[in-house]
Design a binder for this molecule. Structure first.
Ligand code: SF4
Length: 335
């Protein structure tokens, strides 16, 4: 970590790892999740809107390959001069390993023609209780060609908090999914939300410790946001829900960062939602300004990522993936 930085942020790590700027292209595969179809629950997590925390791009009629094509064109414009940029194909919405593995195979098949120079990494978001062995094998197979990240929502390390927000999985299921993903050679990125009802400041600290203990390579953390068309929107309007103000969030996020392992890569330290969807809180600051403010809080405390880390464990990085230039023909890889 650059000693001037107070936490290990994603962009420099990507540049160092891939040798070029790499940007995420979010894809909406129109998947669903067991919290919505009744397998585990109905109605979804109380903070999740009808688009499953995703882009909603599928509703516009664009298939995954089309979304990816459009995203690649968009990020190509970010290259300076003749500098080329790479992409992370990010299957973001809902739980992408849930259900029939043939569907996941089809989704990965849509991304496959772009692997290599254009798509340098594939990232798949899912729930910890949706990682069937067959899905894991497909991702493991893909990881022989490009790095594969499995993004797992933990949100809180407190099972009671998870139950209250209708998340309906447990910390033990998260630990199990992370362990199995690591055994399969995948890299894991965990998600945490600070300020969930009943979680509190200690919850922020405990969740960071759980993520550090699990050895996830990456971490995304953000504050609780109340969005329209969610159960939390009802609670908010009924005065039954509070959200963090910016100063409190920064303090709790600093606590969180201090308890991570120093090697974990912090992908995100704040959340973003389209203004037309967001009810509260309204921080009124761009994500870059929030990162700067968080760095200031850590500077003022004289601390940094890992200052309060406890434990011996490390971070699980996947074995070196094959160079994208050495990719074997698709038919050999997709068996
Ligand atoms: S598990 Fe994910 S997609 Fe499903 S309801 Fe919760 S946040 Fe939404």
């Amino acid at each position: 970590m650059n000693p001037d930085l107070r936490f290990r942020s994603l962009a420099p790590w990507l540049k160092e790892t891939f040798g070029q700027p790499v940007y995420r292209v979010a894809l909406d595969a129109g998947s669903t999740c067991p919290n919505r179809d009744g397998t585990r629950g109905f109605g979804g997590c109380t903070y999740c809107d009808v688009e499953g925390s995703g882009t909603g791009a599928l509703r516009t009629g664009k298939a995954v390959a089309e979304q990816l094509e459009a995203g690649l064109k968009r990020i190509a414009r970010r290259g300076r001069g003749d500098q080329e940029v790479g992409a992370i194909a990010y299957l973001q919405s809902y739980s992408n390993t849930y259900g029939d593995s043939a569907r996941l195979k089809e989704l990965l098949g849509a991304v496959e023609p772009y692997l290599g120079d254009a798509v340098r990494c594939v990232s798949v978001a899912t729930r910890p209780d949706c990682l069937q062995d067959e899905a894991l094998r497909l991702l493991e197979h893909l990881s022989h060609r490009v790095p594969v990240w499995l993004e797992l929502g933990l949100e809180s390390a407190n099972d009671e908090v998870l139950l209250n927000i209708n998340r309906l999985h447990t910390l033990a299921e998260f630990d199990d999914a992370v362990q199995r993903a690591h055994q399969a050679g995948l890299s894991t990125v965990s998600h945490a939300i600070l300020g969930l009802p009943g979680d509190g400041r200690q919850g922020a600290r405990d969740t960071a410790r759980a993520i550090a203990r699990a050895g996830c390579a990456g971490v995304k953390v953000h504050h609780l946001m109340v969005l329209k068309k969610t159960q939390m929107a009802h609670d908010w309007h009924a005065g039954r829900l509070e959200v963090l103000d910016l100063e409190t969030y920064l303090d709790w996020a600093a606590d969180f960062i201090e308890r991570l392992h120093p090697d974990q890569v912090v992908h995100r330290v704040t959340g973003e939602a389209p203004q037309e969807k967001l009810i509260a809180p309204q921080f009124g600051l761009h994500k870059t300004a929030i990162r700067v403010r968080l760095t200031e809080v850590l500077c003022n405390r004289g601390t940094r990522q890992g200052s309060a880390h406890i434990g011996e464990g490390g971070v699980s990085l996947p074995p070196q993936s094959a160079s994208p230039l050495d990719i074997a023909p698709a038919s050999d890889q997709q068996r």
